[in-house]
Write a protein that binds this ligand. Structure first.
Ligand code: PXP
Length: 237
């Protein structure tokens, strides 16, 4: 049964929309842990659009499960990671204009640079995962970097509309999981997973952990709204 990592970036997105102190992702992380998640995931983006340095620093002290920091290979971000020392760092590609991470890290193309970052972070006692497309050559390149974990990008699967396309993407994921396991890597998966599409991915044997964010936070806004309005109504009354 795969573990569940909850990405709480979008709790911070709501906070940053007003530049206020609520909702605090630190509180959200505790609720996720109390509800049974296996790790807390945050992406410290170069533009700091949601998660802030302060969040990562406090989460390092409060998270009781595992703190997984998603990050680009930008120099400044690497410095933060080396200082804060999350349990795990997941290296992702990052573009300023994108709404969310698009595509996996091109490990093949940036082999030497990625290898150096993996070495630096590993020396600090941080487990390193590479977020890559479900592609054999990227998995092989990952092994050459010394990273022991991959996270397979499930975005194409999540975006597939036609039955045939969905089946093909799922087969690609299964093949990539098997290939990663044969090379001795720990295999995680994530991106774009929802309440509607998660089950077939969760059924793939050998997947260690699924990382899910947007869909869980979206659901929380809706399932919590009824209670939130009732509490405000009661106060006004
Ligand atoms: N895994 C990685 C590497 C990601 O970059 C993201 C998005 O921050 C996720 C998982 C979670 O994706 P989603 O928010 O679509 O569930």
């Amino acid at each position: 049964m795969p573990k569940l990592g909850v990405n709480i970036d979008h709790v911070a997105t709501v906070r940053q929309a007003r530049g206020t102190i609520e909702p605090d992702p630190i509180w959200a992380a505790s609720i996720c842990e109390l509800a049974g998640c296996n790790s807390i995931v945050v992406h410290l983006r170069e533009d700091r659009r949601h998660i802030q340095d302060r969040d990562v620093e406090i989460l390092r002290k409060t998270v009781r499960t595992r703190l997984n920091l998603e990050m680009s290979i930008n120099k400044g971000i690497i410095e933060v990671a080396k200082r804060v020392r999350p349990d795990q760092a997941t290296l992702v590609p990052e573009k300023r204009q994108e709404l969310t991470t698009e595509g996996g890290l091109d490990v093949k193309k940036n082999l030497n640079q990625v290898k150096k970052v993996v070495r630096d972070l590993t020396k600090k006692g941080i487990s390193v995962s590479l977020f890559i497309d479900p592609d054999r050559s990227q998995i092989e390149a990952t092994r050459k970097t010394g990273a022991k974990i991959i996270e397979l990008h499930t975005g194409n699967y999540a975006e597939a509309k036609k039955e045939k396309e969905i089946r093909q993407e799922l087969d690609r994921l299964k093949e990539a999981v098997n290939f990663g396991l044969r090379l001795g890597l720990i295999v995680n998966a994530g991106h774009g997973l929802t309440y509607q599409n998660v089950v077939p991915v969760a059924r793939i044997p050998g997947v260690e952990e699924l990382n899910i964010g947007h869909s869980i936070i979206s659901k929380a806004v809706l399932v919590g709204l009824d209670k939130a309005v009732s509490q405000m109504r009661a106060l006004i009354d």
